[in-house]
Design a binder for this molecule. Structure first.
Ligand code: ADP
Ligand code: MG
Length: 256
């Protein structure tokens, strides 16, 4: 099995059951959205998968191995990358240098070689930057970039590690609606062409319903729905969570 299988995952903080007996899977190449109101347990779930947190119970299987509780670095090496939550770019380095650094890290080359090595992987970095539409900015310092453009560079950095699964917790936070849609459309195109699986959270229901292959919904630590856009939108429990007993609007701006 190529994908990720999360089984009976649980994590409490004191009396708060942040993630409560959650099970789901992400298949290879799948674009899976995890949605739910603020405090539902989405970020905790991400952090249990990426090794930031150790689960109280349950397993996280990836590529046939149980990685639950493994150190983040080890999880990263087995092909799981996360984007956007950490400030991944170095402001003083150029756009291309940032991606080159990620390529070097991927090959486990050492940082002290960097001064002698600033032509390493330049062509490969430029190819990745072209794919995210940032090659023309290759020689500018990252600090000069607009926010949305930094996100594109971060995406190129994530791809440099050749992940099989990308975890994106609120990748479009702070972006305007049109930029959000463009970034998610770009991510979707890239993962389809590379066969990468993605688990992402996103507050814009528009974007989720337009691009996700499948949607899972959390509320108060529990998984309450799992299915395609139509199934989830029509699920009474999901409607209850989002809008009292109302329906999920076709074009609601924010789910939070
Ligand atoms: P979401 O990402 O869906 O908004 P979180 O996973 O961030 O939800 O939070 C789930 C619940 O766990 C919330 O009640 C939150 O206050 C609590 N929580 C999350 N992280 C911690 C922490 N490090 N310490 C204590 N409580 C936490
Ligand atoms: Mg969160």
């Amino acid at each position: 099995m190529n994908g990720l299988i999360v089984s009976s995952l649980s994590k409490s903080f004191g009396a708060v059951r942040a993630v409560d007996n959650v099970s789901f899977s992400v298949d290879g190449g799948e674009f899976l959205a995890l949605i739910g109101p603020n405090g539902a347990g989405k970020s905790t779930c991400f952090n249990l998968i990426n090794g930031q947190l150790v689960p109280d119970a349950g397993s996280v299987r990836f590529g046939g191995r149980d990685i639950a509780g493994s150190p983040a670095r080890k999880i990263c090496r087995c092909g799981i990358a996360r984007t956007f939550q950490i400030a991944a770019t170095f402001a003083s380095m150029t756009v291309a240098e940032n991606v080159q650094m990620a390529l070097i890290a991927h090959e486990r080359e050492i940082y002290r070689l960097w001064r002698r090595a600033n032509s390493f992987h330049r062509q490969h970095a430029l190819e990745l930057l072209r794919r995210v539409g940032m090659h023309e900015a290759a020689d500018r310092p990252c600090r000069e970039l607009a926010y949305g453009d930094v996100k594109r560079v971060e995406l190129a950095i994530a791809l440099a590690g050749e992940p099989r699964l990308l975890l994106m917790d609120e990748p479009t936070a702070g972006m305007a609606p049109r930029e959000r849609r463009e970034l998610i459309a770009l991510v979707k195109a890239l993962i389809v062409e590379r066969g990468i699986a993605v688990l992402f959270t996103e507050h814009s229901m528009d974007v989720v319903f337009a691009f996700a292959d499948r949607i899972i919904v959390m509320a108060r630590g529990r998984l309450i729905a799992d299915g395609d856009a139509r199934t989830v939108r029509n699920d009474p429990r999901v409607q209850q969570v989002y809008f009292g007993t109302g329906r999920i609007a076709e074009r609601s701006g924010s789910a939070a």
